[in-house]
Design a protein around this ligand. Structure first.
Ligand code: ATR
Length: 273
């Protein structure tokens, strides 16, 4: 079998968990290959992408701050990445062409299915309107959600998502986010609030139905104050690690040609790192 080489590109990138995830799967699938870190000076990002073929890479993941720039540097972009305006997975084709996609929305939905099999989401509320929110909204609409309320500190960014995704989106003022909790099936936090070293998320869940699922895409800490409070009042919860692991599944398939599995052993290994 041909030796295959992939990496994650970012700046800084040493914090990225992608190498640990992919290396776990390379071992699990007995694949002769490697997955490393490429910390690239921002001035040299496009040049580095163009040089991947000569360096024998089959593909790269792209992380902060390059996802939007990667989008513009591709020879071909998959539809989902066009909607996202960002590329997080690049395949280097045998002829050197760069093919980009975005697997974040896929990761969110696959994780939700894994955690809550058979659950249909019709009405959802999304806290935040950054890149992660865009992926979550995309995934929810793909899966048949009929109404997604978006609330964000900077209202213009929520309005921008309304523009992109259309009439199923309702924008709710950040100060009135509690009003967007009634009659929903799912609440998702995509903001950085509740993450280590960030301010906490102030939200009163009293109007949230107890049947609603609460997802926090933050995974440091794994159990955020939002998830703890949701659990306490009887809501089912989904933590942020799964989305990270499932978004990597598609990249691994594209780079290494095998479908990896998300196991409790992988979760434990990533959490202990
Ligand atoms: P990502 O691409 O990972 O989603 P991002 O685009 O930086 O990252 O988005 C971060 C989200 O956290 C945004 O919704 C941001 O709100 P703004 O659009 O108003 O910046 C939200 N966020 C960050 N700090 C916040 C704070 N102190 N209070 C409320 N929301 C905050």
């Amino acid at each position: 079998m041909v030796y295959k080489k992939a990496a994650v590109i970012g700046y800084p990138v040493s914090h990225s968990l992608s190498p640990k995830i992919h290396q776990f799967w390379l071992r699990q699938n007995n694949i002769d290959g490697e997955y490393g870190l490429l910390e690239i000076n921002p001035e040299r990002f496009e040049e580095t992408l163009k040089g991947l073929k000569a360096q024998h890479y089959v593909g790269v993941n792209v992380t902060v701050p390059f996802k939007e720039r990667a989008f513009h540097a591709m020879d071909h972009v998959e539809e989902v990445a066009k909607i996202m305006g960002a590329v997080n997975t690049v395949v280097v084709k045998p002829d050197g062409m760069l093919w980009g996609t975005n697997t974040d929305g896929f990761g969110f939905i696959r994780n939700l299915h894994a955690e809550m099999p058979g659950k249909k989401i019709k009405r959802a509320t999304v806290l935040g309107a950054g890149g992660a929110a865009r992926a979550v909204v995309y995934g929810l609409l793909q899966e048949g959600a009929t109404e997604v309320m978006i609330t964000n500190r900077t209202k213009d960014r929520a309005e921008a998502l309304h523009e992109i995704f259309g009439s199923k989106i309702t924008v709710v003022e950040w100060d009135k986010k509690e009003q967007a909790l009634e009659h929903i099936d799912l609440l998702v936090n995509t903001t950085v609030l509740g993450m280590e070293k960030q301010p906490s998320l102030e939200i009163d869940l009293k109007h949230l139905p107890t049947e609603a699922i609460v997802v926090d895409i933050v995974y440091k800490p794994l159990i955020t104050p939002l998830l703890r409070e949701a659990k306490r009042r009887g809501n089912k919860t989904v933590d942020g690690l799964g989305m990270l692991l499932y978004q990597a599944v598609r990249g691994f398939e594209l780079f290494f040609g095998a479908t990896p599995t998300v196991t409790s052993q992988l979760r434990a290994e990533i959490l202990s790192s």
